[in-house]
Design a protein around this ligand. Structure first.
Ligand code: SF4
Ligand code: SF4
Length: 329
């Protein structure tokens, strides 16, 4: 089976972006100044990446993402007058201060399994709060489908402390160009860079295969090997087997839902595996608890089959070479 590689455009002068352009993401660990120092909590290595969900909604229905079926319930609730769930500024600030007290450094992202720019009246403030308390050693990164993005809006986020934006172009080349124009004024900003990822640009997919099969929802979605089936929640790249090997996400990344619950990973759209609530206890207590440790240990032993979600997850089940051809691992 062949996989096409995503088209990614880089722009801006931010330090990570410059390095990634030159050497590729996989070599990032070779640049010590860009790797956060190791910090241990009760003997357990602390995460180097945090994602926080401020708003529980995304407006698209990408068929490779669980949102394509979850969105319907949320839209129904909205029709009944039930608002989308959000994290309050107060709770968000409490979590950020907790991170600051722990000396957190690394990637900080004010989004998780949502479209962050839909939180348009608060997102600039969320970025500002994070930068204020966490300082320049934290790298603030946002991934978005580009909803409502303008140069003005982006400028406000950059002024507040945003270091990187990844815009996932799920439409066509015209859309990608519009996003490039929104970012262009910041091309020389020294602390910011952007990338526009056309993993699922429909025009590109058409060139590779019959796009209709991706649109039905019943048939499998085949895409780059970086697309996986999200713990079995979506039918993505089904020919890639579930590898009985480690997955680093629960050891390196903390995922906090709008109400403070710490989730297994960014696949867990149905909130099946909750390790605890950082607002009810603390980040350090949740990160080092038995539930988290059980997942880490079992994954390290290569036993995904013993874990909810992971037992169906084909993340990391194949790699591609530069020509995008499936290889055994
Ligand atoms: S992939 Fe992103 S843009 Fe698409 S439905 Fe999921 S969260 Fe929304
Ligand atoms: S293997 Fe488990 S932790 Fe890793 S991405 Fe899949 S479901 Fe998440």
């Amino acid at each position: 089976m062949e996989y096409y590689e995503p088209r990614i455009l880089y722009g801006g002068k931010g330090r990570y972006g410059q390095y990634w352009k030159q050497i590729g993401d996989s070599k990032i660990e070779n640049i010590p100044s860009l790797v956060p120092p190791e910090v241990y909590l009760n003997g357990i290595k602390m995460f180097n990446s945090v994602q926080i969900q401020t708003y529980e909604f995304c407006n698209l229905k990408c068929d490779f993402c669980p949102n394509h079926y979850i969105i319907w319930d949320r839209l129904e609730d909205k029709k009944k007058g039930i608002p989308y769930n959000t994290m309050s500024i107060e709770n968000y600030t409490k979590i950020v201060k907790n991170l600051a007290n722990l000396g957190f450094q690394g990637r900080f992202s004010p989004y998780l399994m949502n479209e962050p720019l839909l939180d348009k009246d608060r997102i600039v403030e969320f970025i500002r709060i994070a930068k204020k308390h966490l300082g320049p050693k934290v790298f603030i990164q946002m991934d978005t489908n580009g909803t409502g993005l303008t140069s003005k809006f982006l400028g406000e986020m950059i002024d507040a402390g945003l270091n990187r934006i990844q815009i996932d172009d799920y439409f066509n080349d015209e859309y990608a160009h519009r996003m490039i124009e929104a970012c262009r004024p910041f091309n020389d900003h020294k602390d910011f860079y952007f990338l526009i990822s056309s993993n699922y640009n429909v025009e590109q997919v058409k060139k590779k295969d019959d796009v209709s099969k991706y649109r039905t929802g019943e048939k499998a979605h085949y895409g780059p090997p970086t697309y996986w089936n999200r713990g079995g929640l979506v039918n993505v790249n089904p020919d890639i087997p579930v590898p009985q090997k480690d997955c680093d996400l629960p050891s390196s990344q903390l995922y906090i839902k709008w109400d403070g619950e710490a989730l297994l990973c960014c696949c867990d759209w149905e909130y099946k595996v909750v390790h605890g609530n950082v607002l009810e206890t603390s980040i350090e207590e949740v990160w080092t608890n038995e539930s988290y440790e059980h997942y880490r240990k079992t994954l390290r032993e290569g036993r995904r089959d013993l874990l909810q979600m992971c037992r169906k997850c084909n993340k990391g089940g194949c790699e591609s070479n530069k020509r995008g051809v499936l290889q055994d691992v």
